[in-house]
Design a protein around this ligand. Structure first.
Ligand code: FMN
Ligand code: SF4
Length: 429
């Protein structure tokens, strides 16, 4: 696979890509969808094989199908635009450069699930993106694509852009709903799932930005077109974000199943004179990979079979000059800071992981500390209230698995082997 498949990113290099003119359309896919039976729209998305692009990969059409019909309750669509996972950088550039694909996707999805109110919950720090979203929504209202009697179909939809206050946990769908309702953002006990009792205790679909923005292309080009890309169980295309020690970092939209080796070829490789050491396939919550994994197809199944997760396709690349212990410490500081404190394994566990990792990184630890961080991570994994806790253990377990020697080296030399004052680079030992 050597080609990219620019769909969502196709117009990003045009100066006016974020305007309706730059989007180049009259919301043709939404017009088409509103002429269809809502169930036929759901079926088309099921047939396309689209799976959630927010990390877990749940089939999108199936999720829409869970919304009870004829229940007399209001239904809601909530777009998760909180993007805060370290390394993940696709929804924010997508909303910056191509917000109309999202707005059009919101119209189609809301119609399919019989919702008349939709919300985009966007991360509060990205003010420039919030402005772009507001402008796109305003343009759509002015054209009559939102509001009452859209395209003369009799269908009404109100769309609200709501900015959060910048908490990673508010990306977890039920914490997001609490935050949107005005409460402190903490995960809810499931069941009931949002499809049954979500926003204001009514049936709610929560989907990622990229999932919803992919919908107009599916309706416009047909389910088969989408299903013709990707692999058997991971259909279609996705945005792969390459960051770190890469010659040309950025967003590469490609079929699922592409490998990091192929993506690196297109991105000019690792920065000159260096080699890859480790990388994340899907952000810091997904177990790290090494140079052994360059040819693993980046789809949900193959990445899972090799012990990690596709997550959000956030490919953070680290070369041989990077200390893995320091990197894991930085990620762990993030999780300890963002832990919402609701449950003990995550609240206490991430705090203690941080303390012990600090000691290890400074070369003041012992082999016992390695057993301690593994033990703490074992006590968080599977015992936390939400997936933030599980995610915090991924860097610990995987780094100890692949780089145990590097941890040991820290306390052997009483400091970081990558610190020029302590020793030469690890690669030169
Ligand atoms: C701590 C945490 C943070 C999350 N952050 C996001 C996020 O920023 N955006 C997102 O779409 N999903 C995020 N998720 C996943 C959501 O809970 C949910 O699975 C997703 O929005 C569903 O959309 P999808 O089916 O379209 O992927 C997060 C989950 C957890 C546990
Ligand atoms: S796992 Fe962490 S973030 Fe999730 S509920 Fe428990 S304390 Fe909060």
């Amino acid at each position: 696979m050597t080609t990219l498949t620019p769909v969502l990113t196709a117009n990003w290099d045009q100066a006016n890509s974020f305007t309706l003119d730059g989007y180049g359309g009259d919301y043709g896919a939404a017009r088409k969808a509103l002429g269809m039976d809502p169930d036929a729209v759901i079926q088309a998305v099921k047939d396309s094989g689209l799976r959630g692009r927010g990390g877990a990969g749940f089939p999108t059409g199936m999720k829409w199908g869970f919304i009870p019909q004829g229940d007399g309750k209001p239904h809601y669509l909530v777009v998760n635009a909180d993007e805060s996972e370290p390394g993940t950088c696709k929804d924010i550039p997508l909303m910056m450069a191509n917000p109309h694909s999202l707005v059009e996707g919101v119209i189609i999805t809301s119609y399919a699930i019989r919702a008349n109110h939709a919300f985009i919950y966007v991360r509060g720090e990205v003010l420039h993106v919030i402005r772009r979203l507001h402008a796109a929504v305003r343009e759509a209202y002015e054209k009559g694509y939102l509001g009452t009697d859209i395209f003369g179909s009799g269908y009404n939809l109100e769309l609200v852009v709501h900015s959060g206050a910048g908490a990673y946990i508010c990306g977890e769908e039920t914490a997001l709903l609490d935050s949107l309702e005005g409460f402190r953002g903490q995960p809810r006990l499931k069941p009931p799932f949002p499809a049954v009792a979500g926003l204001y205790a009514s049936p709610t679909v929560v989907n990622n930005v990229e999932s919803i923005a992919s919908v107009p292309s599916i309706i416009g080009n047909g389910a088969e077109w989408f299903a013709g890309m990707g692999t058997e169980k991971s259909k279609g295309f996705g945005i792969f974000s390459l960051s770190g020690h890469v010659t040309r970092p950025g967003q590469y939209e490609a079929p699922l199943g592409i490998t990091l080796r192929e993506l690196l070829d297109m991105a000019g490789g690792i920065r000159a004179g260096h080699q890859i050491k480790f990388w994340t396939p899907g952000g810091s919550s997904t177990p790290i990979f090494t140079d052994e994994h360059l040819d693993v197809p980046l789809d949900f199944e193959a990445v899972g079979a090799k012990g990690s997760m596709l997550g959000t396709r956030a490919l953070q690349i680290f070369d041989e000059t990077t200390c893995v212990v320091r990197t894991v410490l930085r990620w762990t500081e993030f999780y300890a800071h963002e832990s919402c404190g609701k449950c003990t394994p995550c609240r206490e566990g991430t705090y203690w992981l941080k303390q012990v990792l600090k000691r290890l990184e400074q070369g003041q630890g012992s082999e016992e500390d390695l057993a301690t961080i593994t033990d703490i991570a074992d006590n968080i994994l599977g015992r936390s209230f939400c997936a933030l806790g599980d995610g915090a253990t991924s860097p610990i377990h995987s780094s100890v698995k692949y780089f145990r020697e590097e941890y040991l080296k820290h306390f052997e030399i009483g400091g970081c082997p990558f610190d020029p004052k302590k020793s030469t680079l690890w690669s030169e030992q």
